[in-house]
Design a binder for this molecule. Structure first.
Ligand code: FAD
Length: 450
């Protein structure tokens, strides 16, 4: 009798412990269920759907080459999986653990109805397993990172297992029926120019990064060059496991590879936070901020989303995000800080926009970073730290970056491009000093209130 392998954000064949365990026991039926209702407001955004379509397509083809197939179903995950177990006479379901609150709930419900075997494999260490001496979740990254590295087992990633097919395949939707790709308007041309989703392309990308990982600590902060790995959507969709990446870098000493490993650990840290505080994506961790006098101005929100704030670095970032589904980390921080501090708009508005527009939109990484920038989260970043976008732009040498994404400024030289003279570019939506003072006054009012 076959086993069902329930795939979610783990769209790979290698180092896939659920697939590996199922394949050891007999025929396997790999299944992906498109389940929009469970995530509620956080159903997959447009950019994620684009990635998902292409990644499922690549996975389906890779499975077919191995004499297997990918079964696609749409509806409630638990109901669909129970139905499939019944239709196929499967022994049960294997899956990797996921930590979004809606997936944890689904796992509990499914385990009550069928034999469910959950495996770890999407994080360096299983979330919840790295704890303080007193058994608590770490709320500060540095000691968490130290503990994780101490405890990380040395283990080679799993190979792609040999797959045997069931006697008959259950019915599958056709991927095209799901309409995951945008049509009217089709905004995805820039995505296709920048990305090839799927496991094979993910491995090629990793190999390219490894060649210059030794420079990572210097280059990662410069948005003009490809200094960081850009592996975030690969990790988000599980086309690569973090263990595979860690293992590939084995033996690379030096500050570049080591700084990069620390970033990978951040991803684990974020997942521990949402495991402990499942409402982190929608609620301020620091409760006092529920009374914060946020502004709500649709026009300004739209100007930020469309890259029309009058700050070239912010506009370049927001246009890159819209056109290619990805944004450099330094620029994510700048645009997030601008929305929260200069425009005084609730971080959740930004979180939602990123959720819809990023190909790497991730429940943990997105909310933990937004709450970090806004000073509302578990760690110690202060609301009163207001990033100066023009200085940041200059400091991180973003001239070429701006010229690429803001064509109006393509011919403007370095000395003017970060802060073009009045009349040569869109007027600033708010002055730097004015925005900063308004933000600090709002924060003071919150404190006076206590
Ligand atoms: P690299 O610098 O090459 O790092 C390697 C990997 O480490 C990344 O792919 C990522 O998985 C992980 N990583 C790096 N930085 C962080 C970080 N600060 N927090 C957690 N993990 C990290 N990352 C997402 O994957 N999804 C998101 O939805 C997301 N939203 C963000 C929102 C804001 C406001 C900010 C400031 C950051 C956000 N990040 C998010 C974190 C970070 O910006 C991206 O992971 C990174 O820019 C991806 O590029 P890269 O793969 O080249 O990263």
């Amino acid at each position: 009798r076959p086993h069902i392998v329930w795939l979610r954000r783990d769209l790979r064949l290698a180092d896939q412990p659920a697939l590996f365990a199922a394949a050891e026991t007999g025929p396997v039926i790999p299944v992906y269920v498109l389940d929009d209702a469970r995530a509620g407001e956080h159903r997959l955004g447009g950019a994620s759907r684009w990635w998902l379509h292409h990644s499922l397509d690549a996975l389906g083809r890779a499975l077919a080459e191995r004499g297997s197939a990918l079964v696609l179903r749409r509806g409630d995950s638990v109901e669909e999986l129970c139905r499939l177990v019944e239709e196929t006479g499967a022994v049960g379901v294997h899956a990797l653990r996921h930590y979004e609150p809606w997936w944890r709930e689904a796992e509990v419900q499914l385990a009550q109805r069928v034999e469910l075997q959950l495996h770890d494999g999407n994080y360096l260490m299983p979330p919840g397993s790295v704890r303080t001496g007193g058994g608590q979740t770490y709320r500060i990254y540095t000691p968490f990172g130290r503990a994780l590295r101490r405890e990380l087992p040395e283990q080679a990633p799993l190979p792609v297992p040999a797959l045997s097919a069931p006697d008959t395949w259950p019915r599958s939707d056709r991927l095209e029926e799901w309409n995951l790709l945008p049509t009217k308007p089709d905004w995805s041309a820039g995505f296709a120019a920048d990305w090839v989703p799927g496991e094979a392309a993910a491995h090629e990308q990793l190999a390219r990064f490894v060649d210059h990982a030794d420079l990572y600590h210097e280059e990662r902060n410069l948005p003009s060059i490809e200094g960081s790995s850009r592996l975030s959507p690969r990790l988000q969709w599980g086309e690569l496991s973090p263990a595979q990446i860690w293992h590939t870098l084995d033996g690379q000493a030096g500050e570049g590879a080591d700084t990069f490993r620390s970033e990978l650990v951040w991803r684990d840290f974020a997942q521990n936070i949402i495991l402990t505080f499942p409402e982190y994506q929608t609620q301020n961790y620091r409760q006092a901020f529920e009374r914060f006098p946020w502004r709500h101005d649709e026009g300004e929100i739209r100007a930020w989303q469309e890259g029309r704030t009058g700050y070239p670095i912010v506009d370049a970032g927001m246009r890159q995000l819209w056109q290619s589904g990805w944004l450099h980390n330094r620029v994510r921080m700048i645009v997030a800080s601008f929305l929260i501090k200069h425009l005084l708009i609730d971080w959740r508005v930004g979180e939602r926009w990123f959720w819809d527009t990023l190909v790497d939109a991730d429940c943990g990484n997105n909310s933990v970073n937004w709450q970090w920038v806004s000073g509302t989260g578990v760690d110690t970043q202060l609301f009163t730290r207001v990033m100066a976008p023009l200085t940041q732009s200059d400091k991180f040498d973003a001239g070429d970056y701006i010229r690429r994404w803001v064509p109006e400024l393509a011919k403007v030289p370095d000395r003017l491009v970060h802060d073009p003279p009045e009349g040569t570019y869109l007027p600033k939506i708010v002055g730097h000093r004015e925005g900063r003072e308004r933000a600090l006054a709002a924060y003071r009012s919150l404190r006076d209130d206590q």
